[in-house]
Ligand binder design. Structure first.
Ligand SMILES: [Zn+2]
Length: 269
């Protein structure tokens, strides 16, 4: 489970194992404690449905400051539901928040440099947090159903291994709040893509009749990461559904696209 932190008006979530490592500052944001109004009320962290960037900046400032992160150094993803992962370096600091960004078509960010906060954005998709406790490197990857079909989680680990010498057994992983199995009903086209991509699809896809299926994205990602050699005990699943918990989360599916976004934010200390 993730742990809910309440600090002044804010609520955000942390992964206990990541906290205990003492190696990172991180959070998954909720919708509680920000300045946005209407469908983005109140801690919206993305400009998608917001009229002004000012509210979004203020919200990021509020939550980053609670976690101990300098929000002006954030490095933004540019998510397209694909599997491109970027190695982030000093020259990227502030891209998307204080300087123009050349980071395009990127659903995963990784770095081994302390003090560079990475941020990815969520409405129902699965946030994946990675921490290599031996080689000291972090990554955050956006694994919605399309990203899961493309196995962005497995590709993140492989890229960490390539770039930093990461061994899967040294990695802690967090699978964050997102749409749960019983809320994620799909048709045969979506289920078909999973069946093509995964030999073990029947472990996380349940037919519910009339050509409909439930897909358990948490389990799909967990099994995929265990398949890469990450020990089950190193993986923390939040168990929180974005669609069911309206008081805590925005949900793209529940709110029919007129909604705000949560964020996964993490930096190495
Ligand atoms: Zn639900």
């Amino acid at each position: 489970m993730f742990k809910l932190i309440e600090k002044e008006k804010l609520k955000y979530l942390v992964i206990p194992a990541f906290e205990e490592s003492g190696m990172v500052r991180h959070c998954f944001t909720t919708r509680v404690g920000g300045v946005s109004k209407g469908v983005c009320s109140s801690l919206n962290t993305s400009v998608t449905n917001e009229n002004t960037v000012e509210n979004v900046r203020r919200n990021l400032e509020l939550v980053c400051s609670a976690v101990g992160i300098d929000y002006t150094r954030l490095v933004f993803s540019d998510q397209t539901h694909r599997d491109n992962i970027r190695i982030v370096e000093e020259a990227d600091i502030g891209k998307g928040i204080t300087i123009a960004s050349d980071i395009k078509d990127t659903d995963g960010l990784m770095t081994n440099i302390p003090g560079i906060p990475l941020i990815t954005f969520y409405g129902d998709c699965v946030p994946l947090f990675f921490l290599d406790t031996k080689n000291k490197a972090v990554a955050v990857s956006h694994s919605g159903w399309r990203g899961t079909v493309l196995k962005i989680g497995a590709k993140t680990i492989m890229k960490m291994t390539e770039a930093y010498g990461t061994r899967p057994e040294d990695c802690l992983v967090g699978i964050g709040p997102s749409i749960e199995k019983n809320c994620f009903e799909v048709g045969p086209e979506v289920a078909g893509q999973f069946k093509e991509s995964f030999d073990n699809w029947n472990e996380f896809i349940m037919p519910v009749g009339k050509g409909k299926y439930y897909i358990d994205l948490w389990k799909a990602n967990k099994l995929m990461l265990m398949g890469q050699g990450i020990p089950e005990g190193n993986i923390t699943v939040s168990g929180l559904c974005t669609m069911c918990n309206e008081d805590l989360f925005f949900s793209y599916r529940r709110d029919k696209g007129r909604t705000g976004s949560m964020s996964a934010i993490m930096e190495l200390r």
